[in-house]
Design a protein around this ligand. Structure first.
Ligand code: G3P
Length: 249
C-alpha cells in the first residue's frame, strides 16, 4: 500500500507458557517471512525479555501490551514506559479495547500513556475502535475521531505511531469486518489525519486492522488501499500467523 511498510503485529494477550512461547518463537525464526513486512509480537510482560532473546537476530521485534506513564514509584503491578526503554523493548500497544473496557482506561489515560511512551523513544501501536452498539447507531467515525483527537491533544509527532483500528465487535468473535467496512473506516482515519496532522503525516501513517484476522481473510483485507497491516490476536498464537505476515505474497 503506497510507500508505507506493511506492518503485522501479534498480540498474544494473556496467553502462553514459557514452553509454548518457545515453540512459537521457533516457528517464527524458522519461517520464511516476507522481507518487506515489519513484524512485531507482544507477549505478556513476564515473557518479554525471554521472547526478545529467542527472537534475537530475526526480523521479528517485540512489544509490550501496555505500560504505565509514570517513570517509577508506588504503582503496584505496573510496568513503566521507562522500564521498557531500559530493557530495549521497542514497541508498546496502548489503548487496546480490553484495557479500555475491562480496566477502565479512558481516552485521556491512553493519550497520556502514548505521550509518555513516545517521550522515551518507544514506538506505539495505538488501538481504537467502536462497539457494536456504537456502529449500529452510526457512531463509528465519531468514536474513532474522538479517540484520535484525545491522543492528538497530547501528541504532536505521529511518526512513531501505528494506529490499529479494531472494531470491538470483531475482536475474538470470529466476526471479521468485511474489507469494505474496514477500508471505509481506515479511509476516514486517514482523512482525519490529513485534516488534523497534515497530508505528509497522513500519507505516512500506518493504519492496521484488528479483529478476527485469519489466514483465510487477510489477503482480501490487505488489498484495500488504506489497510497497512494487521494486529492479530488469536491467530498470532498459531503457525497461521506466518501466512498473515505474508498476506501480500
Ligand atoms: O489486538 C488484537 C485483537 O484484539 C484481535 O484479536 O483474536 O480477534 O484476532 P482477535
Amino acid at each position: 500500500t503506497m510507500a508505507r511498510t506493511f506492518f503485522v503485529g501479534g498480540n498474544w494477550k494473556m496467553n502462553g507458557s514459557l514452553e509454548s512461547t518457545k515453540q512459537l518463537t521457533q516457528t517464527l525464526t524458522q519461517a520464511k517471512l516476507d522481507s518487506n513486512v515489519e513484524v512485531v509480537v507482544a507477549p505478556p510482560a513476564l515473557h518479554l525479555l525471554t521472547v526478545k532473546e529467542q527472537l534475537a537476530g530475526s526480523k521479528v521485534a517485540v512489544s509490550a501490551q501496555n505500560a504505565y506513564h509514570k517513570a517509577s514509584g508506588a504503582f503496584t503491578g505496573e510496568v513503566s514506559v521507562n522500564m521498557l526503554k531500559d530493557a530495549s523493548i521497542p514497541w508498546v500497544i496502548l489503548g487496546h479495547s480490553e484495557r479500555r473496557t475491562l480496566f477502565g482506561e479512558s481516552d485521556a489515560n491512553v493519550a497520556e500513556k502514548t505521550a509518555a511512551a513516545l517521550a522515551e523513544g518507544l514506538s506505539v501501536i495505538l488501538c481504537i475502535g467502536e462497539t457494536l452498539e456504537q456502529r449500529e447507531a452510526n457512531e463509528t467515525v465519531n468514536v474513532v475521531v474522538r479517540q484520535l483527537n484525545a491522543a492528538a491533544d497530547q501528541v504532536k509527532d505521529w511518526s512513531k505511531i501505528v494506529v490499529a483500528y479494531e472494531p470491538v465487535w470483531a475482536i475474538g468473535t470470529g466476526k471479521v469486518a468485511t474489507s469494505e467496512q474496514a477500508q471505509e473506516v481506515h479511509a476516514a482515519i486517514r482523512k482525519w489525519a490529513a485534516d488534523k496532522l497534515g497530508k505528509d503525516t497522513a500519507d505516512q501513517l500506518r493504519i492496521i486492522y484488528g479483529g478476527s484476522v485469519a489466514a483465510k481473510n487477510c489477503k482480501e483485507l490487505a488489498q484495500q488501499p488504506d489497510i497497512d497491516g494487521f494486529l492479530v490476536g488469536g491467530a498470532s498464537l498459531k503457525p497461521e500467523f506466518v501466512d498473515i505476515v505474508n498476506a501480500n505474497n
